[in-house]
Each structure stands twice: as C-alpha cells, then as structure tokens.
Design a protein. Sequence first.
Length: 187
Amino acid sequence: MNFTRRTIAAAAMALAGLLSPLAVSAAHADPAAQLTADGFRTLHKLEAVEPRSRFFAEHAKAILVFPSVVKAGLVFGGETGNGVLIEQGKPHGFYNLTGGSWGLQAGAEDFGYVVFFMTDTSVDYLKKSDGFAAGTGPSIVVINKGAAAEADTTTLTHDVYAFPFNEKGLMADLTLQGTKITRIHPK
C-alpha cells in the first residue's frame, strides 16, 4: 500500500514539474489580453452552436462575454466569472459576474454566458451603475438551449438577451436571478 501511495506522489510531483513552466508562462500573460481573446473565442463558439445568437450579435449595441462562469452549490450556492465588454468589435472594459442563491440545489458546473445589450440605455446602465443587478434596471431575457425564441427585428422587445451555453457539469437553473455584474480592472 505504501508503495502505491509513493508511486502516486512521485507521479504527481513529476506532472507538476512538467506543468510548472506552463504555469509560469500563464502567470506572465496579460490577464486583460487573455480575457479578451477568450471572450472573442467564446462568442464565435456560441455563434457556431446557436445560430439565433448571430442575429443578436449583429443588432446588439454591446456584447458582454463571460467565457467561464463557475457555479456550485449545496442548498446555498454561488457563481462567479470574469468577462469582456465588446463594442464595435473591440474590448471596452472588463466585468465580474457574481451571484448567490439558496434553495433546492446541488452540484457544480462551468459554462459560458454571452449577454447582448440591444439598446443604448441598457449599455449606459451597465457602465454607469455601481453593479448591474439582474431584476433591476433593463429587462433581461435568458434564452436557454432549446427555448423557442424567434429572433427578428419585430421580436426584439427587451433591452438585454442572455445566452448560457457550453455547460460542463451537472446543476440546474442557469438564470441571472440574484446575479450582479460589476466593472473590474484585470491586473
């Protein structure tokens, strides 16, 4: 038994040694540049798997992309992730999404969130508020996978549309309820 533990420990140390140069390289990467690149990659991935999102992207005043949101809970839950605001094809700020909830929940998952701001008023609210709280301010519609939502100029009646996608893990309830989005400055 001791031999097995020592073997596993030695293998783990060897793997850590192999990965440490990668960790050092990532540590020296510019977080803002990395978040921007991840944001554009995530937006393109959404457009590839969800054709309706292309229409929203074409008509949005701004797009807030969270490449990775981690959500976990057991009765009490939380979620967090960082994102990039894209306007006219360029990054225009960075934001953090955080939220908490309680109730019947268990599990963990990692997913992407892309939020389309369709009106100038909604973009201004995001930029000027001390944190965009879902349920206050502009009207938000969350379009979950498989939801029947037509996308054309006659159906764009809300200020903000959000697409959660690319879920990994198992947990229900991909909403923005109880979520706050605040501006950050990556270091």
